[in-house]
Ligand binder design. Structure first.
Ligand code: ADP
Ligand code: MG
Ligand code: MG
Length: 245
């Protein structure tokens, strides 16, 4: 589904990613762990097409298609979902209206008409019930005064509605309490299936108590230095990152 080959990326002429190789198949959950500054967020930004980073070598291939020349929106339309995609507060635009627009823009990019209103309502109902999101939340202004947990709920709702092929969740280390982690984990567990893949980026092992990964990769200084199964996360928790360096 997603293949990353010898990926090198720089920011302001400083090389951050130094040859990443990763193969993610449909139905798999991959965790990327690593110390602060290892390049985890850079990797997710580069996959999503963030133009602040320059890819100097290598390829990112989604279902056989090289993403190199595609803008972030085009990658999103092809099925790459990135958490923190829309971290901005948009007063006056509800959670529901925001996602309706996103879905219709994605359809437009594929030459499709807007989703009929009744179909949209049905989809919203189905996904919000699945994720136990109440109506009141759906009518709130996007991210305005959202708690950490509510931001996560919104992201997971977006993910459910957009139904991506590859979801990349960069769980930054700060501000995620246990409730927020549970929201993310429950959402991922309900949304993952045989036709999609999830990449969870995390500094801490505790998220992986709830989302059980098929593979754990350790990123250090811009390279994947170790790959293992879910037990690797526990080993890292116990021994720290110095052990893999
Ligand atoms: P992680 O998510 O693993 O903590 P990051 O990808 O955020 O690591 O950062 C990796 C390295 O890249 C760090 O040394 C960081 O300072 C640097 N870096 C990331 N983004 C930028 C940027 N926009 N400008 C300059 N340096 C950056
Ligand atoms: Mg960091
Ligand atoms: Mg980070």
């Amino acid at each position: 589904m997603l293949t990353i080959k010898n990926l090198h990326a720089s920011v302001e002429d400083k090389e951050i990613l130094k040859g990443i190789n990763l193969e993610v198949k449909a139905g798999e959950v991959h965790a990327i762990m690593g110390p602060n500054g290892a390049g985890k967020s850079t990797l997710s930004s580069v996959i999503a097409g963030n133009e602040n980073f320059e890819v100097t070598e290598g390829e990112i291939i989604l279902e056989g298609e090289d993403l190199a020349d595609l803008a972030p929106e085009e990658r999103a339309h092809k099925g790459i979902f990135m958490s923190f995609q829309y971290p901005v507060e948009i007063p006056g635009v509800s959670v529901t209206n925001f996602i309706k627009t996103a879905i219709n823009e994605s359809r437009k990019a594929k030459g499709l008409e807007d989703m009929p209103a009744n179909e949209m309502l049905k989809l919203i109902k189905e996904k919000s019930e699945l994720l136990e999101i109440d109506r009141k939340f759906l009518s709130r202004s996007l991210n305005e005064g959202f708690s950490g947990g509510e931001k996560k709920r919104n992201e997971i709702f977006q993910m459910a509605m957009l139904d991506p092929k590859v979801a990349i969740l960069d769980e930054t280390d700060s501000g995620l309490d246990i409730d927020a982690l549970r929201i993310v984990a429950n959402g991922v567990n309900k949304l993952k299936n045989e036709n999609n893949a999830v990449i969870v980026i995390t500094h801490y092992q505790r998220l992986l108590d709830y989302i059980v990964p098929d593979f754990v990769h350790v990123l250090h200084d811009g390279k994947i230095v170790k790959t293992g199964g879910k037990e690797l996360a526990l080993e890292l928790e116990e021994k720290g990152y110095d052990w893999v360096k």
